[in-house]
Design a protein around this ligand. Sequence first.
Ligand code: SIN
Length: 197
Amino acid sequence: MSGRAEGAWIFGYGSLIWRPDIPFREKRVAHVRGWTRRFWQGSHDHRGLPHAPGRVVTLVPEAGARCGGMAYFVEAAAMGETWDELDYREKNGYRREIVRLEFREGAAEGAVYVAPVGNHAFLGPAPFPEMAAQILRSAGPSGANIDYLRRLAGALRRLEIDDPHVFEVERHVEDLARRDAPGCGAEHGTTGGDHVR
Ligand code: SIN
């Protein structure tokens, strides 16, 4: 397996699924055990602003849970620039952890960016309607928060990864968006920017 060659696996479970933007040699669907994906992390630099954070995903430890995402193998020669790029992109409360990645065949160690409970940008749980309203109204340098949610939910569906939390957030946001629809489109426009995620 490629994990034995010189280099490292990096596991993406949020924007890294649909916009890796790293020089990977290979990608594979992977799962990590003992973690669950939650829209509990504040985004002040990508999908929200310092005074009005959006909501993005982090991994939260949960016994018996299993989280699906995409793992990328990066060769040793490209690791330096890859860490620089990702450390900058995930700077708002995330830190690297080493986890065991389970592939359809085999397993390997890999790195993952986790925003731990209690980090400076951690928002924690909230009722679904509250999280949905925040996602619907938030936007930042990387674009509208709702686009992050839609891309994530779409990517999970294409990969056939079930995630009841993400799909429940999506259901609430889309219901709210439909209710808000007339005249509200401009509020949720994208702004573009570097290091989009
Ligand atoms: C990830 O995608 O693995 C980290 C969280 C994010 O960038 O959305």
